[in-house]
Write a protein that binds this ligand. Sequence first.
Ligand SMILES: [Zn+2]
Length: 239
Amino acid sequence: MLKLDILVFAAHPDDAELGCSGTIAAQVAKGYKVGIVDLTHGEMGTRGTPETRLKEAAKAAQILGLAARENMGFQDVFFKDDAEHQLKLIQVIRKYQPEIVLANAVNDRHPDHGKGASLATNACFMSGLEKIETYQHGIKQSAWRPKFVYHYIQNNYIQPDFIVDISEFWDSKVNSIAAFGSQFYNPESKEPASFISSPEFLPFIESRAREFGHRIQSKYGEGFTIERFIGVTDLFDLK
Ligand SMILES: [Zn+2]
């Protein structure tokens, strides 16, 4: 069994790269095992196909040094935060037994993001309930509740509760985003333009990272929101 330290849920392949890949790269560099579970293939996206998105996701996984990446194959746009989808997420949470879960932004322009956030939050709590029985390869899984769920910030500005300094991992973030070549600005592309394929989109991502970085006196940062207070025993652990 592969136990992960950090499991990242993403409604669409590229959500994790855009929202928290600097943090992922930073944690991987410290030796932690990190995996991404994409909920859908992003098949309703304007550009690319589910097949190209899968290949792009695998390339980004390699760039970030992920220990695992899988796709739940939920229906893009139409998946629900209901018992059927919660049970499937509980199975992967129990399979990977992560200490920390990173999940979509609590609310955003794309309704799948807020929905993915609440689905992940609910599944993380429910995964700790012994009486919810799930099986993997016919074997009953043990209950498991991650210690923390943090939400990355996506398109819409949300005031973060804490910021991770990703200055040293900015190149990894940019490269992991670039792996999704079908989605972003490419003057040669014959596909229809989309919200994220505009030449303004990637500079916007950089501006957001610089804004968050600036607020903690570093170059680049990624912001997160919390579900419960975080505590420290040593004030010097805060920077
Ligand atoms: Zn998305």
